[in-house]
Design a protein around this ligand. Structure first.
Ligand code: HAM
Length: 421
């Protein structure tokens, strides 16, 4: 085949019929989980103000400093959203959702954009499902969003994963820890990778999750934040662990887990799968008690998660889990000649109105080609229509799976097929 003139951008992928069905099935499952957990859907625009993302996610993060799809139009600065938490927080403030009372339990499903180097499990347009509980400082809320996330994987049949949790503390604990960490790293500074050296002043905690080989031995012996948490953060973390255990959710404490977004306080977590390769996080999240105030809203504690849909499907493939089967067509009308084609065109809808899927050949192909097409479309029944059939009012109904044929009137066919479907 000749190379097409136009293709998708690197890291952006078409989702074709045959695949869309599994997306639809997963989306149904997520919506049903949301209903059971009592989260309501929120849909925010795909573009946000660049400043919102810069402030929300953090100026020094990779996402903001390197991976934004941003452009200007007149005085407006647009960015394709790289994640959902800052946009949902913006909407919460803008529409004063606090006024509705209680905590807001919100979920979303949609595309996100990051100009990363594409690789397996990493795209430039990818999709997340996520949930946020806004307005509750209670550790039970942290556990509720984790339980929501895990429930989706449980239903899909993915159980091969590790839930890693940590507490990244509050500003007070973090300041104390940052100093201790810098004191520890300082004598080894020249041995650290370039990226980590750059992070030493600005964000030393990110050095802890460095993927650079040369950083590893230094990071391994570094002091851990969990030893520097103040009482409030410690108590919160203990309760999260206790509630998780109470729900029978197993976890691993990883004191080196630091997230790539700046808004986290206290709880941070990641769901890691061995079936994903290098990009091994199925989903991740944490608490962000200061974000809403940082974005100009009232002081409001919040916690949430987001998970990559493409990565969920990669795990499904690795585990042999099949979501969404290709839809079969219920009735395929096989026509011989112009008259039969016109008749079929006007009778297609009778089947469709009864809730059956029905299609026919629009290309004037031979009977043989039409039967082949009916097979390819997984038709349950085909009906053969020619001049003779139209004259006698008797049609051949073929059960494609059983290869059985019967001659019946149209009425009889309707009566016979409807209860079968
Ligand atoms: P995140 O860790 O940046 O967190 O992304 C969450 C998940 O989205 C990842 O674990 C991964 O499954 C998926 N993901 C991220 N980038 C890509 C990519 N380039 N290609 C494919 N999948 C990707 C957040 O986005 C936070 N907003 C999570 C959160 C919600 N925290 C609190 N509330």
């Amino acid at each position: 085949m000749a190379k097409p003139l136009f293709t998708t951008h690197t890291g952006m992928v078409d989702i074709l019929p045959g695949e869309v069905e599994k997306w639809q099935q997963l989306e149904l499952l997520i919506r049903d989980t949301a209903r059971r957990f009592h989260f309501r859907e929120i849909r925010t625009p795909i573009m946000e103000q660049t400043e919102l993302i810069a402030r929300g996610v953090g100026q020094l993060t990779d996402i903001v400093s390197k991976e934004m799809f941003a452009f200007d139009r007149g005085d407006d600065h647009y960015v394709l959203r790289p994640e959902g938490t800052a946009p949902v927080s913006r909407a919460y403030i803008e529409h004063n959702l606090k006024q509705r009372g209680g905590t807001q339990q919100l979920f979303y499903i949609g595309p996100m954009f990051r100009a990363e180097r594409p690789q397996k499990g990493r795209q430039r347009q990818f999709h997340q499902f996520g949930a946020e509980i806004i307005g509750s400082p209670n550790p039970a809320a942290d556990v509720d969003v984790i339980a929501f996330m895990m429930d989706v994987y449980r239903q899909v049949g993915i159980r091969n994963f590790t839930l890693k949790i940590n507490s990244v503390g509050d500003p007070e604990s973090r300041q104390r820890y940052k100093e201790v960490l810098q004191d520890y790293l300082h004598p080894n500074l020249s041995k650290l990778s370039k990226v980590s050296q750059q992070r030493f002043e600005t964000n030393p905690m990110r050095i802890l999750d460095s993927k650079e080989e040369q950083d590893r031995p230094i990071v391994e012996d570094a002091p851990v934040i969990t030893d520097y948490l103040n009482e409030e953060c410690l108590e919160h973390f203990d309760l999260v662990k206790r509630y998780l255990a109470g729900l029978g959710i197993t976890y691993e404490v990883d004191p080196r887990l630091v997230r790539g977004l700046d808004y986290y306080t206290k709880t941070a977590f990641e769901l890691i799968s061995p079936d994903l390769g290098g990009q091994d996080a199925l989903g991740a999240g944490g608490r962000y008690d200061l974000l809403i105030e940082e974005l100009g809203g009232p002081s409001t504690p919040a916690v949430g998660f987001a998970a990559g849909i493409e990565r969920l499907f990669i795990a499904c493939d690795a585990l042999g889990i099949e979501l969404g089967s290709e839809p079969a067509v219920d009735v395929y009308l096989v026509t011989i000649g112009e008259k039969a084609r016109n008749w079929a065109l006007s009778h297609l809808h009778e089947f469709r109105q009864k809730g059956l899927s029905c299609t026919m050949d629009y290309a004037g192909r031979s009977i043989k080609a039409q039967m082949k097409d009916a097979n390819r479309e997984n038709a349950r029944f085909s009906i053969i229509i020619g001049d003779n059939e139209l004259e006698t009012g008797e049609f051949t109904l073929r059960d494609m799976e059983k290869s059985e044929e019967r001659n019946l009137s149209l009425d009889q066919i309707h009566k016979l097929i409807a209860p079968v479907m």
